[in-house]
Design a protein around this ligand. Structure first.
Ligand code: AMP
Length: 190
């Protein structure tokens, strides 16, 4: 099973991913979390990621695709599949993912787009920036991340629409209500 949780920064992907991964026994792969761990550990990947993350820009596709493939490949027999959070973020990443899945006769089951308006996204990220150490939750970088989302990531939506794998879920409201609506879509797709 391959589920993609999609949406702009601050839409609640991280929170919902944890709930989904637990309920459906999926391996939660968050490219943002992986990069933050690499940055904390000071690895070569972390050092190169720091510049992009701080500036709110996307890491180059080849680096991110290579990194993601390693995580997808490392099989965990107790898991029923993967939940992707923060990947794919470009059409090239989506193509690479679907090519890889096709090699094992698989395809993404569904891409769920968590819809939240820009005003709410900004206020959520500002709040998170105050509560955590995230280097990119400040007004300037938030603006850049939203711009990058509109220019480079939003197009992933039409890629999955063409595959008939796209659904939108309202990302406003109570966490448990949003989760309930996501589960309805997952049940339809698996
Ligand atoms: P996130 O936690 O998903 O918001 O990701 C934080 C940052 O990590 C992004 O602003 C990018 O700089 C980088 N990043 C995460 N995932 C990707 C990806 N799939 N492609 C390129 N850059 C990424």
């Amino acid at each position: 099973m391959t589920i993609i949780l999609f949406g702009p920064p601050g839409c609640g992907k991280g929170t919902q991913s944890e709930l989904i991964a637990e309920k459906y026994k999926l391996k939660h792969i968050s490219t943002g979390d992986i990069l933050r761990t690499e940055m904390e550990m000071g690895t070569d990947l972390g050092l190169s990621a720091k510049k992009y993350v701080t500036e709110g820009k996307l890491m180059p596709d080849d680096v991110i695709i290579g990194m993601l493939m390693k995580f997808i490949q490392s099989n965990d027999a107790s898991m029923k599949g993967v939940l992707l959070d923060g990947f794919p973020r470009t059409t090239a990443q989506a193509e690479a993912l679907e090519e890889k899945l096709t090699l094992s006769n698989k395809q993404t089951n569904v891409l769920i787009d968590l819809r939240v308006n820009e005003e709410e996204l900004i206020s959520r990220m500002i709040l998170r920036g105050k509560a955590t150490e995230r280097i990119d939750d400040n007004p300037e970088t938030i603006k850049k991340r939203l711009q990058v989302y509109a220019e480079q990531t939003y197009q992933v939506k039409s890629f999955y629409q063409k595959l008939n794998k796209y659904v939108a879920v309202n990302g406003l409201g109570k966490i448990e209500d949003i989760f309930g609506n996501i589960c309805i879509e997952i049940e339809k797709a698996i």
